[in-house]
Design a protein around this ligand. Structure first.
Ligand SMILES: Cc1cc2nc3c(=O)[nH]c(=O)nc-3n(C[C@H](O)[C@H](O)[C@H](O)COP(=O)(O)OP(=O)(O)OC[C@H]3O[C@@H](n4cnc5c(N)ncnc54)[C@H](O)[C@@H]3O)c2cc1C
Length: 644
């Protein structure tokens, strides 16, 4: 639940924001903006220190109302020598209240527009890591909600600047104790600048115990002491053995094989960091494989034990929603409709597991459907159903084309890669005749099921992938009004929103002929040919009868008259039903082959997330998810084979 904030003067809207839990004012003795500029930015020699760098990584303890982030973002925007990517990682035990964040900047014309953008993304902040994206993906806020020690153990990156923020040690000792500062020190390199608001004798001892050399300056503008210093331990700091990073590298050229959701997302994430990316695909247009699906569902997964899949799916859904919002035509290429999940078998226990208080962060993701939502799907009130608010449908090809359209990406079709060989200029991607199609020091295989055979050309350990054929049935909507059957109090048209649970119905997706409905999908393991079968239409109708009996009644004639149309494709799944990515081959000169695949039935959820994770690994950036979740995605690929 967001942290409640009070106002110090008369309880009105303009007083100093005050946190009743810690009994402390958010702004200390001075204005929050002045404090952010003088104590933190100036204390870390910003913006000068980041001038002309490719990336800059700020770590803050104590997000509070987000002012330090907003001020740093504004400084980045105003600086002609700004780094291409600004990472701001901030921890807080409690999520901020979005309205308070906005109110804090109401008298600051330069910060208020940024605060509006921040507020729009401050939702569903459950404990864990949340990646918020601004400035077309060049300013990335990684908000870590939870105890500072625990959340920093779930990160691995080297901060360039550290802001030690938070209430004084007397009010909130946990962010100033030796364990918290050791966790901060683990995220520092020698020379990382640090700025803090507090320095008691005890904290000074803890600082030096953790390797920070700190001195005091008095700032007249903020009428208080500021504390600045550097991470410069007298010993050689040990990095945790589990740190998976290769040395962070400079962007150069990369080849991505596959122009579906996975490949396009990777190309986009790399290009945004300054890489020149060539995307090769066997087909003559992008999104010709599974990503040619006319429209698909973007929806969080829920489970009674909040499984790894559920947690990863929330991170992925948040990321794709941000991308769709920024890049696609709302209502045409995608729609943020919300999705009803009909618990057809009432076996999952999901509905009861999600009886969350209405104002909780969990309920901003998924909550029990209201009677009006259930009736809107033509279901009787007794049916168990969930409402997922951050959900909707997307045309994958639109997202693929938008991602591929970024500067720095070249797409080449009719380029089927048959093998990869190490060469003098990195890995060579060759066709079946042995012609070199492209070469680069970094090759990423995002060719779905086709990636398995390609991976085998560089790594003898098999990459376990499975082809799963699927078919959707679709038609054009005849009734386009949403009248209610007064007698039953239920919709007599198709629902206004997608319904998921036993197959899924997308009731209204704009197409050239009008609004389409789509029902899917069949699931045939081990089949890697996307042919269309009448039998699968029958299966889709049977699914629809269980999922939404009333909608099935409306569409049965079309199915029975064999008037429905079909689209079939091949999903690519891993045994663990989660995507898998990692480096599978490397040469002595450091040229690497990475794979990213196994998107299964959730390419819309996972492609963007996997791409950002891959880029984070390549650049030693903060992770967009907890490390334990990232490791799950890295686990499904063979260990890297070494090539001379
Ligand atoms: C019926 C059905 C319904 C689905 N519904 C949903 C849904 O509702 N929501 C959702 O999120 N997901 C859904 N999916 C899954 C989603 O479509 C996939 O997860 C996603 O498209 C996979 O993207 P990809 O880039 O990994 O693979 P693909 O889109 O298949 O792209 C792989 C690309 O690699 C190319 N390629 C392969 N081999 C080579 C080679 N040797 N050389 C060069 N190029 C090569 C191919 O031509 C292809 O373009 C559905 C899938 C199906 C089949």
């Amino acid at each position: 639940m967001p942290e409640p904030t009070e106002r110090l003067d008369d309880g009105g809207a303009c007083g100093e924001p005050f946190n009743p839990r810690f009994g402390g004012s958010y702004h200390g003795d001075s204005g929050g903006v002045e404090r952010a500029c003088m104590v933190f930015l100036a204390g870390c020699d910003l913006p000068a220190a980041w001038g002309s760098q490719a990336q800059w990584r700020v770590l803050e303890t104590g997000f509070g109302l987000g002012l330090n982030f907003l001020v740093t973002w504004a400084a980045w925007k105003a600086d002609l020598l700004r780094p291409k990517m600004l990472h701001f990682v901030s921890t807080d035990a409690f999520p901020p209240n979005a309205e308070d964040v906005l109110r804090s900047t109401s008298d600051r014309t330069n910060l208020h527009p940024l605060a509006l953008q921040l507020r729009a993304q401050l939702w569903g902040l459950l404990p864990g890591v949340h990646r918020l994206v601004f400035e077309g993906g060049h300013v990335l806020l990684t908000l870590c909600i939870g105890d500072v020690k625990a959340v920093l153990q779930q990160q691995h990156f080297e901060a360039d600047s550290v802001y030690l923020n938070g209430f004084s040690p007397a009010k909130n000792s946990t962010v100033w104790d030796v364990h918290a500062l050791k966790a901060v020190a683990r995220c520092c390199r020698r020379g990382t600048r640090i700025a803090a608001t507090t320095l008691t004798d005890k904290v000074r001892d803890v600082f030096s115990q953790c390797g920070f050399m700190v001195h005091v300056t008095h700032d007249t503008a903020v009428k208080s002491n500021c504390f600045q210093g550097q991470y410069n331990p007298s010993w050689e700091p040990k990095k945790p053995a589990c740190q998976p990073f290769l040395a962070p590298r400079q962007p150069s050229t990369a080849v991505v094989v596959g122009a579906g959701l996975a490949g396009a997302a990777i190309a986009n994430s790399l290009a945004r960091r300054g890489w020149q990316v060539l995307v090769l695909d066997a087909a003559n247009t992008p999104a010709s494989g599974a990503s040619g699906l006319p429209a698909g569902l973007l929806v969080p997964h829920v489970s009674p034990d909040d499984s790894l899949l559920s947690r990863l799916s929330r991170c992925g859904v948040r990321m794709t929603l941000q991308q769709a919002d920024a890049l696609l035509d709302h209502g045409l290429d995608w729609d943020h409709t919300g999705v009803l999940a009909h618990d057809v078998d009432a076996l999952t226990g999901v509905a009861s597991a999600l009886q969350q208080p209405a104002e909780s962060a969990a309920s901003e993701w998924s909550r029990t459907a209201t009677p009006a939502q259930t009736a809107g799907a033509g279901l009787a009130t007794g049916n168990k159903a969930l409402w997922h608010a951050p959900a909707g449908w997307i045309k994958p090809a639109c997202l693929v084309n938008a991602w591929l359209g970024a500067p720095g990406i070249v797409w080449r079709g009719n380029a089927r890669v048959a093998t990869l060989l190490p060469g003098p200029q990195g890995w060579q991607a060759m066709d079946a005749a042995g012609v070199v199609l492209a070469q680069a020091n970094l090759v990423v295989l995002a060719a779905a099921y086709g990636g398995q055979a390609l991976a085998a050309t560089v790594n003898s350990a098999p990459w376990a992938l499975q082809a799963v054929r699927g078919q959707i049935s679709w038609g054009v909507r005849k009734v386009q009004h949403h009248g209610l059957d007064q007698a039953k109090g239920q919709a007599k048209d198709l629902p206004n929103f997608p319904v998921n649970g036993h197959g899924c119905l997308l009731p209204a997706v704009p197409g050239p002929e009008g609004l389409r409905w789509l029902m899917g999908a069949s699931y045939e393991r081990g089949c890697d040919t996307p042919f269309v079968k009448q039998q699968d239409h029958d299966l889709n109708l049977a699914r629809l009868r269980r999922l939404l009996p009333q909608a099935a009644e409306l569409l049965a004639d079309e199915f029975n008259a064999k008037a429905v149309r079909a689209w079939a494709g091949i999903r690519c799944a891993t045994p663990g039903r989660l995507p898998a990515q990692g480096c599978i081959a490397t040469t002595s000169s450091g040229a690497e082959v990475w794979v990213c695949g196994g998107m299964g039935s959730r390419g819309l959820t996972f492609a963007g997330l996997c791409a950002e994770l891959l880029a984070a690994y390549l650049h030693g950036e903060p992770l967009p998810v907890e490390r334990r979740l990232a490791k799950v995605l890295m686990a499904g690929v063979p260990a890297a084979a070494l090539h001379p």
